[in-house]
Design a protein around this ligand. Structure first.
Ligand code: GN1
Ligand code: MG
Length: 358
């Protein structure tokens, strides 16, 4: 079926359906994303997204956060590539059409977004990009931003949501998830550690979704080009970003892999990731942040497992699935990853210490 986008949306950007090719792209769970290619003239490419307002209930806040950051970066670091939404003909950051919110940004040519990494150097490059963004925003007052999603990376809230889902779940789902529920409760010490740690970590602007397909690498060299998926740029803690990198860079296979024997940690990727991140953020981190580097991985992987499990118990209403047990399988995958991280903890800490000493 040929895709079309309502003409009035395109018109707001001076585009039209007749001279544009539309393809669906991306593997994100939340927003629907399209690649628009002009078929006449310069053949410029754009990315058009419909914001998922079930998830981002305040799209204006999201747009306003991104705009403030884009302005700050353009003013202070004019050469930095930040693919913020383009203004409409009227100068707005979004188009509202029949209650839906749309935005357009430029497509960054000759780049690739990977779902899994195939060389440690890619981990270095990707981590460096996210580290660089945090470094450039080090002096940005994060209290000027709103929460794009309230409590997004609050592990206390995520644990509560898991418990609520458990209490409300059907006996069948509960029985299917019996082992994973037990594992979730077994790792509760991560929640306790989070509670005692979080106030010692300074507030920063964090990306909050640093999974590997949210960074663009150069198609030929795999050099880092820029980060994308800017919706969750908001006040947060350092552990969010490095944690999600560990979740998605260290294993050869993604969160969708069902063969758990394949879920292992690649230490050379870990070393490259730490090196890349610290090459930008090393001088910015406080002592408490440095001490929390390994914890960041445990925290995010645990939280993601709880989120998949809660969603499974809720009847899979948040994360799209292609078969009924997929969110339970994703939970198992994430718990295996967490177990592997913990198993290798001592060695990974040595790698961190070596990098911090440099
Ligand atoms: C969602 O849409 P996507 O795939 O970039 C989720 C992240 C999860 C991720 C797991 C707003 O991100 O928090 O880590 O799925 N984003 C939101 O794959 O919930
Ligand atoms: Mg995202």
């Amino acid at each position: 079926m040929e895709l079309t986008i309502d003409e009035s949306i395109l018109k707001s950007y001076g585009l039209n359906n007749q001279s544009i090719k539309i393809q669906q792209i991306g593997s994100g769970h939340i927003n629907r994303t399209y690649l628009l290619t002009q078929t006449a003239g310069e053949q410029k490419k754009y990315v058009l997204q419909e914001i998922n307002t079930h998830v981002f209930s305040n799209p204006e806040a999201v747009a306003n956060n991104i705009k403030q950051i884009a302005d700050f970066l353009a003013h202070n670091f004019p050469n930095y590539l930040f693919p913020a939404p383009l203004a409409t003909n009227k100068g707005d950051t979004m188009v509202v059409h029949q209650g839906a919110f749309w935005r357009l940004s430029r497509f960054v040519d000759n780049t690739i977004a990977l779902d899994t990494l195939t060389a440690p150097q890619q981990a270095y490059q990707a981590a460096k990009q996210f580290g660089k963004l945090s470094k450039l925003l080090n002096d940005f007052d994060s209290s000027k931003l709103e929460a794009a999603i309230v409590g997004f990376h609050d592990l206390v809230l995520r644990f509560d949501q898991f418990q609520t889902a458990l209490a409300k779940s059907s006996p069948i789902l509960r029985e299917q998830a019996e082992k994973e529920i037990e594992t979730a409760l077994g790792f509760k010490s991560i929640l306790t550690e989070y509670q005692s740690l979080k106030d010692s970590l300074p507030d920063r602007v964090m990306h909050h979704d640093t999974k590997i397909n949210n960074v663009l690498l150069a198609q030929n060299t795999y050099e880092g080009v820029c980060v994308i998926d800017l919706d969750t740029l908001m006040p947060g803690k350092f552990i969010s970003d490095l944690g999600d990198m560990m979740r998605t860079y260290l294993c050869e296979f993604s969160e969708n892999e069902i063969d758990l024997s394949k879920i292992t940690i690649r230490k050379d990727y870990f070393a490259a990731m730490i090196e890349g991140y610290l090459s930008e953020m090393g001088d910015m981190l406080t002592t408490s942040e440095k001490n929390a580097i390994l914890f960041s991985g445990k925290y995010i992987i645990y939280m993601q497992a709880l989120r998949f499990l809660a969603d499974f118990l809720n009847g899979s209403i948040y994360y799209p699935i292609s078969y009924p047990l997929q969110n339970l399988d994703r939970t198992k995958n994430q718990f295996k990853l967490l177990i592997e991280l913990v198993k290798n903890e001592d060695e990974l800490i040595l790698i961190i210490e070596k990098n911090l000493a440099q």
